[in-house]
Design a protein around this ligand. Sequence first.
Ligand code: HEC
Ligand code: HEC
Length: 335
Amino acid sequence: MQKFIKENWPVLLISITVLVVLVIKSVEILSTAVTTAASTDYDSTWKSPSLFTDRTLEGKDRALVIYGQALIAHTSLYLGPHGKIAAISNGMNCQNCHLSAGKKTWGNNYGAVASTYPRFRDRSGTIETIYKRVSDCFERSLNGTAPDSTSEEYQAIEAYIRWVGQDVPKGVTPKETGIYKLPFLDRAADPMKGKLVYQNQCQRCHGENGEGQLALNKLEYEYPPLWGEHSYNSGAGLYRLSRFAGFVYSNMPNNEANHDNPKLTVEESWDVAAYVNSQPRPGKNLKNDWPDISKKPIDHPFGPYTDGFSEIEHKYGPFKPILAKREQLKKSKIN
Ligand code: HEC
Ligand code: HEC
């Protein structure tokens, strides 16, 4: 070996130098790729990180995020009626409404959570942490109770949500996060028209009575329920027509529609929202919601209101006259 090195040292030296230069170059190329990805232009589509390519997340932190993703995608296995950790929710998974575990553009994703919380929200009239916001979905959308903030389950959920939004600068809400705001109709949304949309486009999966269909394991849904005792309650975001219609327009039928290729028209989306949300579902005591009643969203269907419109008008619309009246009230306050 020594003899070989002595005789061939110039060749060896050149080979080693070439190798070192190559290694340095490839590290440079990789790191510029990473910086470009991190400084994404937020007028363009938000893209979630991927566990496959994110190699900076290691060890315990990685395990926690992976557990968090499993809890979002298969909540019911852990926390549903037969959950292996606790029985504290209605059998739905977070992912049923936060599609692709909260990563799908316009699929009610978590892109803006890490960047915008804690923040003030009118519904509670307080500054809300991520824990408060997640608890709200447990208590309303999952019609149950939230796991303790110190539990491993909650810690994993928050770690995952923070990881999903890790590339978004503080304070920024990227386009295509959350739920799309559909244009308002000039008429009230019509449950009778919506029933036809439901029968033609939704019933084959979500069932004749909106009951959905359990998966083979009987522990979570293949097709989640849209109304009835196992569905979201009247305090949930989807109970507001604009949220439901916007979600469905960009995402349903599942795996067939997406925001750039919707299967329903704007009208059909509003009407099917009216039909589904006129069916029975669990109630929720909302007496502490919207302490400032003038801040209620125009499609919040529970009074009292300051604008003089009825609960029925606030539930189904038409919403343009309500908006106009509110603008007028704002102006008269200023003058
Ligand atoms: C029945 C549907 C549904 C289910 C199930 C559901 N959510 Fe939600 N979630 C919503 C809606 C609707 C919103 C409000 C979206 C909006 O108004 O833009 C929301 C909002 C959120 C937000 C705030 C997003 C933001 O950008 O402000 C978080 C965080 C959240 N949900 C977490 C969860 C978690 C965790 C679970 C499971 C434990 C869950 N959700 C289950 C429907 C649901
Ligand atoms: C091909 C089957 C299929 C069709 C058709 C379909 N959905 Fe869905 N829907 C799903 C699945 C599956 C999910 C849950 C997605 C997940 O967990 O990844 C879902 C989720 C939902 C959710 C959120 C979860 C919940 O239960 O509240 C709503 C709301 C919804 N669908 C409404 C509709 C409406 C309205 C239509 C008709 C316009 C429709 N869907 C058509 C399969 C379907």
